[in-house]
Ligand binder design. Structure first.
Ligand code: GLC
Length: 755
């Protein structure tokens, strides 16, 4: 393509993007803003006419606490505080953490029957991976590479949480994370925008269902808008300084997918982006979210993130913070009370237009309408006992946990455990932990609900297999005095299951780590137990990728089981004993060491791509560049062979598409699922392009000896990117594609996008 043509092409694509980005139109025709309902708009107009400024700002105020004592002894209880008074005065429009049908009905009654305009409350809570039935942490669920499972768990969570009076969940968290030191990598879908977008859509659909007014739905909240996962050094709340191209090409896609899926709310982020805090950034909150994506829901701040504009050094005081946040596009203030206490004066001083306040109130009232709260604000207390932790939900938790676990190594078919094994040693500080499988952000999950690994293994092994158990050491701290007894327990068994990793409090918010190796004396325990030489499976219980170089080299088998929820033990046993084959694939790579981070497969080539024997290429002198285990990697109890890669054409126009098909054969003797992955590389671009990008995946179950033909459709439109001027460009040129079992291997083909 001549430079002139390329410029022309850019210009055309740019004009298209500009036109689409203008006004209510959207960047892509498939963004479907929810159409305004004239009757609702009229009702909102009437309320805005009648409301005082204080009452309007009350609708933009969310207060924490008000949690019934039976849910959290010592928490603020509205029935014994002034919170009911504030509700009756119309000074608060939303609570977070208020739980329980009876209790929330009391709060709601004060709003609907006693406040000036009878506007119902919207009640939110962090329903991140289950409400009472706790599923695998979101990162683990993403390892299933089966968005339908994520939709199912979100649906179940909504059924349970709504039965306890909730209307809104602060989920899905869709932050792209490429630095496993960041504790919140546990809450998202890992390192890749394509996989992240697929799970964002699934979770929004699961929480919101087909009709938000149905009583068993929650309005979802895509968070944290935006780029929170790019915190420097993986340190939580730290500075984010990235190019706007990276913002658009890496961090925004899952949010746009959530908006396209109809998410009702977003949450603004704590972090700054290139000097402007995410909670006061007009470019993201208004230009992108409203103008380009035509988002019609509302934005809530993160906890105190309005007030924290002062700590950022971006606002002089709380009034300044309130002004900057609402003008940027944050509609509701979570817990700072800066809107309630300072917006009225700012409006009276002319610093904020009343129209801006009205716009925010309108957005909030629209969602309250879409939830049906004006018509039916109360919760039937009879629902919760029927749905919380019911057998169907527990069965789903077991299936999803099973699908999330990733087999990283299985030398000599160590797994599954063979029928002739008559004694099993279950060793490790997490082997019988009931708390830790719940993971971070576990809602109303309870340790008593959890099936521990030891319990699950005992139940599956049956009475004719002797099960012995030893702690070996603590997760952290402690001493090594229990290692020798654990070694003796291993010596006395036919098979050893060694369960090590992170306790639930080692990942999640405010839990970044600089050391991703096995905490405490666990590595010493691993070394000592492996030295016994028995068939051994190391099972990780973890909230993030970990650095396990010794274990990777010396353990015969490794299964990543994550913090996999209440059915941890049964799901683990299902796989260890071979009742099901592992089918998970890594949603984020496992680094060899912390020094490699941030580390991700979709990296740029650089001008000096690694050449094994050339020291003057991009490399370390003390570590390979490659991860210990790559993105998309996972084994199973059979083998698959990829063949006959075919393209319907090796060329397509910028508005064209090609079909890609491949045969995948199960060449082993056990049925299993394979996640077939499609990666693409744009060889030359007006910006440097990643060496690989995930552009499709399909999880297929294949019986032994059978061949499955897997088809993908590649649209040129999806191979574009946000270029130098942040326009979306689809550039003609040469491309490569790979289809394979992970990001590091596959069969290759070439194609091009023509003029
Ligand atoms: C927290 C988190 C956010 C959560 C909110 C409410 O600080 O950053 O993800 O939804 O506060 O609990």
């Amino acid at each position: 393509m001549t430079p002139e043509n390329r410029k022309r092409f850019h210009f055309t694509a740019w004009i298209i993007a500009l036109l689409l980005g203008a006004g209510a139109a959207t960047l892509r025709a498939d963004v479907r803003p929810v159409p305004a309902d004239p009757a609702v708009e009229a009702r909102i107009n009437a309320l805005l006419e009648a409301m005082t400024l204080d009452q309007k700002v009350g609708q933009l105020t969310q207060i924490s606490g008000g949690k019934a004592a039976e849910y959290n002894p010592g928490a603020v209880d509205a029935r014994t505080s002034d919170l009911l008074q504030q509700i009756r005065a119309g000074k608060v429009g939303s609570f977070l953490n208020a739980l329980g049908a009876e209790y929330t009905n009391e709060l709601q009654r004060a709003a609907v029957e006693e406040s000036p305009h009878k506007i119902p409350l919207i009640l939110g809570y962090d329903v991140i991976h289950g409400y009472r039935t706790i599923f695998p942490i979101p990162l683990a669920e993403a390892a299933s590479w089966d968005p339908a499972l994520a939709e199912r768990s979100a649906r179940i969570a909504a059924v349970e949480a709504s039965a306890e009076g909730l209307h809104w969940t602060f989920a899905p968290m869709v932050d792209i994370a490429r630095d496993a030191r960041w504790g919140r990598i546990a809450e998202g879908a890992g390192e890749d925008p394509y996989l992240g977008a697929a799970f964002a859509v699934a979770r929004v659909r699961g929480f919101q269902g087909d009709d938000l007014a149905a009583k068993d739905t929650l309005v979802a909240c895509a968070k944290h808008f935006v780029a929170y996962g790019a915190a420097e050094a993986g340190r939580d709340y730290n500075t984010v300084d990235i190019s706007l191209q990276t913002l658009h090409n890496v961090h925004l896609p899952p949010f746009r997918a959530a908006v396209r899926a109809g998410v009702g709310t977003l949450m603004s982020s704590f972090n700054e982006i290139n000097g402007i805090p995410g909670t006061a950034y007009p470019y993201t909150l208004t230009e992108i979210l409203r103008r380009q994506w035509a988002f019609t829901g509302f934005v809530v701040s993160d906890w105190d993130s309005v007030g924290e504009l002062v700590e950022h050094g971006f606002a002089a005081n709380d009034t300044d913070a309130a002004v900057k946040a609402i003008q940027a596009g944050v509609d509701m203030d979570m817990s700072t009370l800066a809107y309630r206490d300072h917006l009225p004066e700012a409006v009276q001083a002319g610093r904020v237009d009343m129209a801006t306040v009205d716009q925010a109130v309108r957005r909030v009232l629209r969602i309250k309408h879409r939830l049906g709260l004006f018509e039916d604000p109360y919760t039937d207390p009879g629902r919760a006992p029927k749905v919380l932790l019911c057998d169907e939900h527990r069965a789903a938790a077991r299936e999803i946990a099973r699908a999330s676990m990733v087999l990283l190594k299985n030398d000599n078919d160590t797994l599954p455990i063979k029928p002739q094994v008559k004694s099993i040693a279950v060793i490790g500080p997490l082997a019988d932990s009931a708390q830790d499988p719940l993971g971070t952000w576990a809602g109303q999950g309870k340790a008593n609900d959890v099936v521990t690994a030891l319990t699950g293994i005992r139940a599956r092994a049956g009475d004719d297999v002797k099960i012995t158990h030893a702690l070996g050491c603590a997760v952290q701290g402690g001493d090594t005095s229990e290692i020798a007894p654990a070694v003796e327990v291993a010596r006395g068994a036919d098979f050893v299951i060694l369960i090590v990793g992170e306790s639930r409090d080692l990942s999640g918010e405010a839990h970044s780590r600089t050391d991703l190796s096995l905490p405490g004396h666990q590595l010493a325990l691993v070394k000592a137990v492996l030295s016994v030489g028995k068939p051994t499976a190391v099972v990780l219980m973890n909230g993030r990728p970990m650095c396990i170089p010794y274990t990777a080299e010396h353990a015969p088998a490794i299964l990543v089981a994550w913090h996999a929820g209440i059915e941890y033990g049964h799901a683990l046993a299902d796989l260890l004993f071979g009742d099901h084959s592992p089918s998970g694939k890594l949603p984020a790579c496992f680094p060899r060491n912390v020094g490699q981070l941030p580390l991700y497969y979709a990296a740029k080539s650089t001008g000096r791509p690694l050449e094994e024997h050339d020291p003057y290429t991009t490399r370390y002198i003390d570590s390979p560049n490659s991860p210990q285990f790559p993105f998309g990697f996972g084994l199973t109890y059979t083998t698959f062979e990829y063949a006959n890669l075919k393209l319907s054409s090796t060329a397509m126009k910028p508005n064209g598409r090609i079909q890609v098909r491949v045969d995948v054969k199960n060449t082993g003797d056990r049925a299993a699922a394979e996640v077939v992955q499609l990666y693409v590389r744009d060889l030359v671009g007006s910006l440097t392009r990643p060496v690989k990008e995930l552009e499709g995946f399909r999880k297929v179950n294949i019986a032994p000896g059978e061949t499955e033909t897997v088809e993908f459709e590649l649209a040129a439109r999806d191979l574009g990117f946000f270029g130098q001027n942040l326009e979306y460009v689809i550039e003609p040129g040469q491309f490569k594609l790979w289809i394979g079992p992970n990001s590091a291997e596959g069969i290759e083909a070439d194609f091009e996008i023509t003029e």
